[in-house]
Design a protein around this ligand. Structure first.
Ligand code: CA
Ligand code: CA
Length: 412
C-alpha cells in the first residue's frame, strides 16, 4: 500500500494589541506586516457600544475547511486564557477565503465591567490534515452541569485549559483501520485481536486499548511522522508489539497520532458550546434523528419518537453500527461524538478534582481506561458530552460497541 499523501497543516498567527477602553472609547491599532493567509487585519470598537469589529482578508491554498479562532489576553499577551466565547461572524469552523471577513466580539459579555489597555487578541487560522478537524486552544468546563449522572463520577465541575489539536472527524472506519493494519503487520507491528467492522464505512470495533494505541503509532510511521508512544520513559523504542501499559511520560505528546485524552475528548464533543447536554447546540434533547443509540423513555431528555435500537440500523445481527458521518456534525465538524461506538481515550479512569488544570492526562495508573460518547447499544445517558463509561474499560478487553478515533497535535 502506498503511503497516503498528507497535507501538512499550516498555522497562521497574527497578533494585534487592542486598547479596550470604556464603552465609548476607541481601539488603538498598530499596523503589522501582512502575512501569508491573513492580511489587512484591522479592528475597532464600535462607538457607543461594547462591540469590537474585527476585519481581515483570508487567502489559502488549502482545500480543507478552515477554522478561525480568536483568543484573548488580558495581561498584555503573557497568556491567552480569557474564556471568551461571544464571537459571531467569520469565526469558527467552515470560514471560506475572501476579503473583508468580519468578526464581531461582544467584549464586555466575556469580561464584564473591565477596561484595560492590556488586552491583546490572537487571530488564528487553521487548516488541518484531510479528515481531521481543528479544535482550538482554550478553556472549557468539564463535567455534568445537569445533575444527570447517577454515579457522580462526572463531578466536581472543573475548568481545563486545552492546547489546540486536530481530531479525526469520524470514528476510525474499518477501511482506514485495514489500510494502516495491513501496512503495520509487515512493518514490525503485531496486534492482539485487530478489529472488526460491519462495512468499510462503518466504525472499526472490538479492538483492545493496546491495539488502538499501536495502531495510532503505525498510522504515524506509515506517514513518516514521529510516533507518540514508546515502551519506556527514555522514549527510544517505539511501541509496536505486545501489551505495554504506556505511562504518561512515555508519550511524545506533540508528535504523531494518539488517542485523545479524556479532557480533549470532552472539549471536542462540546463543539465550542458550553452548558449543553449533547454535542450539538440548540437542544438538550436527543432523538434517533441525531444519533445511533438505544432509545428509552427512562430519560426525559430522550424524546425520540422511535424507541429501542435505531430502526434504520438494527438489521441483521449485532452490531448495529451506522456509517460514520450519517448524522449531523457538532460545532467543530465532528461526527458521532454521541453514539455509534464508544471511543477509547488515553486516560486511566479516575476521579476528577476541582482545580483548574492544563492539558490533564489522567491518573498515573489504574485498572480501566476511559471510554466516551455512548454507542449503538447503550441508552441516551451515554451520549451526553459529560458521560464517562462506568462499567470498566479493561484495556485487554474488546466488545462490539468499542471503537476509537485519534488526534494529531497541530503544526506537524
Ligand atoms: Ca462515537
Ligand atoms: Ca456514566
Amino acid at each position: 500500500m502506498p503511503n497516503q499523501v498528507i497535507v501538512v497543516m499550516k498555522t497562521y498567527l497574527r497578533r494585534r494589541a487592542v486598547a479596550l477602553l470604556a464603552a465609548l472609547g476607541l481601539l488603538a491599532a498598530t499596523s503589522l506586516p501582512a502575512a501569508e493567509g491573513i492580511s489587512n487585519l484591522r479592528f475597532s470598537q464600535r462607538a457607543g457600544t461594547n462591540l469590537v469589529d474585527i476585519r481581515y482578508d483570508l487567502s489559502t491554498t488549502a482545500t480543507n475547511p478552515l477554522l478561525v479562532a480568536v483568543t484573548v489576553s488580558t495581561n498584555g499577551g503573557n497568556s491567552y486564557d480569557l474564556p471568551a466565547t461571544h464571537f459571531t461572524g467569520d469565526v469558527g469552523y467552515g470560514v471560506t477565503a475572501g476579503t473583508n471577513k468580519w468578526i464581531v466580539w461582544e467584549a464586555l459579555r466575556d469580561w464584564p465591567d473591565r477596561f484595560s489597555t492590556n488586552v491583546f487578541l490572537h487571530l488564528t487560522v487553521f487548516d488541518g490534515p484531510p479528515g481531521m478537524a481543528l479544535i482550538p486552544a482554550g478553556p472549557f468546563v468539564m463535567g455534568d452541569t445537569f445533575g444527570d449522572s447517577y454515579s457522580g463520577t462526572e463531578l466536581p465541575l472543573h475548568t481545563n485549559q486545552i492546547s489546540a489539536f486536530c481530531m479525526d472527524k469520524w470514528e476510525i472506519t474499518k477501511a482506514l483501520w485495514d489500510s494502516v493494519y495491513t501496512w503495520a503487520i509487515t512493518n514490525g507491528y503485531s496486534f492482539e485481536y485487530g478489529a472488526q467492522g460491519k462495512a468499510a464505512n462503518h466504525p472499526a470495533y472490538s479492538m483492545t486499548w493496546y491495539d488502538a494505541v499501536k495502531w495510532c503509532n503505525a498510522r504515524s510511521e506509515q506517514q513518516g511522522r514521529t510516533p507518540a508512544y514508546y515502551t519506556s520513559a527514555a522514549q527510544t523504542t517505539v511501541y509496536r508489539t505486545g501489551q505495554v501499559a504506556v505511562q504518561n511520560d512515555w508519550v511524545k505528546w506533540s508528535s504523531g497520532y494518539r488517542l485523545p485524552t479524556e479532557a480533549e475528548w470532552e472539549k471536542a464533543a462540546r463543539g465550542g458550546a458550553s452548558g449543553q447536554r449533547f454535542p450539538w447546540s440548540g437542544t438538550n434533547n436527543i432523538t434517533h434523528s441525531m444519533a445511533n443509540y438505544y432509545s428509552s423513555s427512562s430519560y426525559a431528555y430522550d424524546t425520540s419518537p422511535t424507541r429501542g435500537f435505531h430502526p434504520t440500523f438494527a438489521t441483521g445481527s449485532y452490531p448495529y453500527t451506522s456509517p460514520v458521518g450519517y448524522f449531523a456534525a457538532n460545532g467543530y465538524g465532528l461526527y458521532d461524538m454521541a453514539g455509534n461506538v464508544w471511543e477509547w481515550c488515553w486516560d486511566w479512569y479516575g476521579s476528577y478534582s476541582s482545580g483548574s488544570q492544563t492539558d490533564p492526562r489522567g491518573p498515573a495508573s489504574g485498572s480501566d481506561r476511559v471510554f466516551r460518547g455512548g454507542g449503538w447499544y447503550p441508552d441516551a445517558i451515554g451520549c451526553r458530552a459529560a458521560d464517562r463509561y462506568d462499567y470498566g474499560g479493561d484495556p485487554t478487553y474488546w466488545y462490539y460497541y468499542w471503537g476509537f478515533r485519534s488526534v494529531l497535535p497541530p503544526g506537524q
